[in-house]
Design a protein around this ligand. Structure first.
Ligand SMILES: NC(=O)c1ccc[n+]([C@@H]2O[C@H](COP(=O)([O-])OP(=O)(O)OC[C@H]3O[C@@H](n4cnc5c(N)ncnc54)[C@H](OP(=O)(O)O)[C@@H]3O)[C@@H](O)[C@H]2O)c1
Length: 307
């Protein structure tokens, strides 16, 4: 059994969720091994600057994962479906997760923390298209593998819609820039479960600090729960420009520059993910309200739009 002072292996540390987890663990003084594909990138060096040790490996390469996981007290696991010419490859996402789960088990890692998505389960038809069902089914398959792998402790985090999707720099909901306004099929009255990725990192660090308390928990994770009208009002205040909540058909949104995958947001109008802030509060997790998040993260955009 690794010592409590042993490192935590964090995957995706150059990305949003893994990065937030690496920062939360380092802030708590926990040693981190960050799995990176290329230690020479600026993103990898920024993770190293947190005090993490870079461990080279690839989620497609089991041997590299077994070596990386040896001696770790826990693994934080995140995958992303690779984008291929035929669309998102969800089978590859599941294969990456299975590689990591099996490798961690083979290396004797006692705790596994998987990040999934709110509402993951077996779905056949979903409003918003096949991609929603495929992503939720892929996540469900990964969750099942975690549950049955035989780790002494495991936790599944099920985050909702990332607040980071509203960053104008991601051009996801602002395809025409802030001046062009919000573009989405999400209706003004639709309430959206939002999560700050820093809160995902906080939840992961809490699970790693107290494995027994979070053992066997599948935590639906939301930091805030607001209608698009309320979200637009926050964005208007913080970005200093009037941004009405859009009321668009899919055709109108596509014509206004919405990326094709934005159509998957139709799901939110019908049922949407079940995560609510109450579940995380029951575990005593600190949550970031959307306005607080926006004031922290959108300041640069606000200055740009004013400049
Ligand atoms: N956006 C949302 O609202 C939302 C909500 C719930 C769940 N999710 C889920 O969140 C996941 C994505 O998480 P994220 O946003 O944190 O990802 P992200 O910021 O895009 O980062 C992806 C990370 O994965 C690493 N990576 C990619 N392929 C790899 C491979 N073959 N081997 C090792 N590392 C690899 C990347 O490393 P490199 O630096 O090497 O590229 C990067 O660190 C998706 O599965 C998505 O379904 C998203």
């Amino acid at each position: 059994m690794p010592a409590p002072s042993a490192p935590v292996l964090v995957t995706g540390a150059t990305g949003k969720q893994g990065g937030a987890t690496a920062r939360a663990l380092r802030a708590a003084g926990v040693p981190v091994g960050a799995l990176v594909r290329d230690p020479a990138t600026d993103r990898a060096r920024a993770v190293e600057a947190l005090g993490a040790e870079l461990v080279t490996g690839d989620l497609h390469d089991r041997e590299s994962l077994i070596q990386a996981a040896k001696g770790a007290r826990a693994v934080f696991s995140v995958q992303i479906a690779p984008l291929t010419a035929g669309g998102f490859d969800f089978d590859a996402e599941v294969a990456q997760a299975v590689n990591l789960i099996d490798s961690a088990k083979a290396a004797g890692v006692p705790q596994f923390v998987q990040t999934s998505t709110s509402g993951a389960g077996r779905h056949t038809e979903m409003p918003g298209g096949e991609a929603v069902a495929l992503t939720l089914n892929a996540k469900a398959a990964i969750e099942e593998h975690v549950r049955t792998a035989g780790f002494p402790h495991w936790t599944i985090l099920k985050p909702s819609f990332f607040m980071e999707n509203f960053l104008p720099s991601m051009t996801f909901l602002f395809p025409r820039g802030v001046a062009g306004g919000l573009v989405s099929v999400i209706k003004p009255q639709t309430r959206v479960s939002l999560v700050a990725t820093d809160d995902i990192g906080g939840a992961a660090a809490a699970a790693i600090a107290t494995p027994e308390r979070f053992d066997g928990v599948a935590l639906e994770l939301a930091s805030d729960y607001l209608s698009m009208t309320e979200i637009a009002a926050v964005l208007s205040r913080v970005l200093g420009t009037p941004l009405p909540a859009p009321d668009m058909t899919e055709e109108q949104a596509l014509a206004a520059g919405m990326p094709a995958m934005g159509a998957s947001h139709k799901w939110l109008n019908v049922s949407g993910p079940p995560a609510r802030p109450e579940s995380a509060r029951e575990f005593g997790l600190a949550l970031t309200g959307f306005e607080e998040w926006a004031r922290q993260h959108l300041r640069a955009e606000r200055l740009r739009t004013r400049g």
